[in-house]
Ligand binder design. Structure first.
Ligand code: G4P
Length: 192
């Protein structure tokens, strides 16, 4: 998606050769108009293939883009929780997710009553790095017996291999920007 890639070129900061900072428009401050366009792009791509009934993401940074996608599709969003709250259901599907970035294990949960076996689910997230988060969500969707239609990510860091791993397992993955290489200071190579 050209507008999104242009914004990454303009405002993305190469923090290390592994990590891109996009917190001025994607995961701290949110560029609402851009997020609406990104949601429409995902909805157009996946909605043309199958009637999606639910968008699934994980807290925190996936929620905004999952929301704009779900609005464009006219369906609800469910976000996996990483933290227990006072109102967390006991009856949940769950999967362990290892975060390479944070070097820690999270257990992601979704209440069973929010995912049914007759659903066509689209996963949306901001970053695809090693693919651990998406695999965790896919495991939860499988536990529910629902159909996983595809995976939409804003930024795929191609060099970390998650996209290849997911595609090799048969998943339909669509990235709005694919980054081949991050070079210090502030050079971003896209996989066109
Ligand atoms: P993986 O799920 O694909 O295996 O990726 P990884 O463990 O590396 O990512 C863990 C967290 O770090 C995710 O957020 C992901 O969005 C974020 N992340 C990964 N690569 C980058 C990057 O290059 N830049 C930025 N800004 N974030 C990155 P999270 O733990 O779910 O955190 P949050 O959504 O609660 O903020």
């Amino acid at each position: 998606m050209q507008a999104f890639k242009a914004r990454i070129k303009q405002d993305g900061l190469v923090l290390t050769t592994e990590v891109l900072k996009v917190d001025s428009f994607l995961n701290h401050q949110l560029d609402t108009q851009l997020l609406v366009q990104m949601g429409q792009e995902f909805a157009g791509y996946f909605g043309a293939q199958k009637k999606i009934t639910k968008v699934v993401t994980v807290e925190t940074s996936g929620i905004a883009i999952a929301l704009t996608t779900a609005i464009a599709l006219g369906v609800p969003v469910v976000f996996g929780r990483k933290h227990k709250s006072l109102v967390t259901d006991k009856d949940v599907y769950s999967a362990p997710v290892f975060s390479f970035t944070k070097r820690m294990m999270n257990r992601v949960t979704i209440a069973k009553k929010l995912l049914n076996q007759d659903e066509n689910v689209l996963i949306i997230d901001d970053f695809l790095a090693h693919g651990e988060t998406i695999l965790g969500l896919a495991a939860i969707i499988k536990q529910a017996g629902a159909n996983l239609v595809g995976v939409g990510v804003a930024i795929e860091k191609v060099f970390q291999g998650g996209g290849d791993k997911l595609r090799a397992s048969g998943l339909n993955v669509y990235a709005l920007a694919r980054i081949k290489k991050l070079i210090l200071p502030d050079q971003i190579e896209f996989d066109e």
